[in-house]
Ligand binder design. Structure first.
Ligand code: X2X
Length: 350
């Protein structure tokens, strides 16, 4: 080879791939499950499923298992290929792909989805929940049903069971957070969601909306000083490497809708629809159980990894939001009907 020849590059390592959230490039980011060879024939349906979480997050552990089962139960007719860890782009990109037909399935939080359908994120209202009994009574109950029906109206079929992301906690690389006043002018990353921006502005912080695919690098390069996410994600995305303090505010409970484009859903024959829905909904229930267990051990693990925890009084943050008119404003945006459905099973807001 002359010195002018290009060396052979086996595959393209993109910036996105390198920054895929974990800071580690060792693990393959594509899980292609239930390949056609295993079943000897081309599948009738091959669906790509994209998500934004690290491979070892319980959501991906259970989704990849579910994908295997779908291939088996359908005799290889239906194959789901899981693209984890923002491999297809950040959430905003993947959501566009889902709408355009380039992607068939996606797990997506109400936060990003609210940029398409504001109501989809109503369950993210801060301090709506204090425990998982309330959470699942809400999302498996009347409000969840109401929200899934609204999603059909914008061409998205949501499977019945949501997947847990968890109660969100604030982390910081620069200061301990104990009271709302510690958030004054705090440069914090939030998901691309009007509700989050509005909440942290109401608390006096300086929030910036950034997709999760860019969060590790935004913290590492000090574009922002903090972020907020549930402990299982702080652990699996290794955010403890670039954050020092964690304040256990549990300010927002968050989860993922398991979405499939309505056009694709309607093309599936009823027997494949049933296999898909049943297998993935069962996996969601198993994932919820794992998340709760994981949550209880993670404080110890993250402490060993160098994080320091504070236990703020949640009521003080809620009071600050009430005082800023936060709940009154959002009640108007969401409307009485949805607000009252939420309040049937949530803590009293406002
Ligand atoms: O973007 C985040 O922080 C995440 C992954 O937790 C979501 O809510 C989509």
């Amino acid at each position: 080879m002359s010195k002018f020849d290009q060396p052979h590059i086996p595959f393209l390592v993109t910036r996105r791939w390198l920054l895929a959230g974990t800071g580690s490039i060792a693990a393959p980011l594509l899980l292609a499950i239930g390949s056609q060879k295993a079943h000897g024939a081309d599948p009738e349906f091959r669906l790509k499923l994209g998500d934004d979480l690290p491979l070892d997050h319980p959501l991906n552990v259970h989704l990849s298992e579910a994908a295997k089962q779908v291939a088996e139960r359908s005799g290889g007719r239906l194959v789901i290929e899981l693209f984890a860890n923002n491999q297809l782009g950040g959430d905003t990109d993947m959501m566009s792909q889902l709408r355009s037909g380039a992607l068939e399935m996606m797990s997506l939080s109400g936060n990003i989805l609210s940029t398409l359908l504001p109501l989809a994120g109503i369950y993210n209202l801060p301090f709506a929940f204090s425990n998982y009994d309330q959470v699942w009574a809400t999302m498996d109950g009347p409000l969840g049903k109401f929200l899934r029906a609204k999603l059909e109206g914008i061409g998205l079929h949501a499977l019945d069971k949501q997947w847990d992301n968890g109660f969100r906690q604030i982390t910081s690389g620069t200061r301990k957070i104990e009271t709302p006043s510690d958030l004054q002018n705090f440069k914090i990353r939030v998901p691309v969601s009007p509700l989050w921006l509005s909440m942290f502005k109401a608390l006096g912080a300086a929030p910036t909306a950034i997709n999760f695919s860019e969060v590790y690098s935004a913290l590492q390069t000090h574009v922002v000083d903090g972020q907020e996410n549930p402990l299982p994600l702080i652990e699996t995305a290794k955010l403890y490497e670039v954050q020092k303090y964690a304040a256990l505010t549990s300010h927002i409970w968050d989860s993922f809708y398991l979405l499939i484009s309505k056009r694709v859903w309607q093309r599936l024959p009823p027997d494949l629809q049933a296999i898909l829905a049943d297998t993935i909904n069962q996996a969601a229930l198993a994932q919820r159980r794992d998340m709760q267990e994981l949550n209880s051990n993670l404080q110890i693990k993250l402490t060993q990894q160098g994080m320091e925890f504070t236990h703020p009084d949640r009521a003080a943050f809620r009071q600050a939001l009430i005082k800023a008119g936060f709940y009154a404003g959002w009640k108007q945006k969401y409307g009485e009907d949805a607000w009252n459905l939420l309040q049937q099973t949530s803590d009293k807001l406002g």
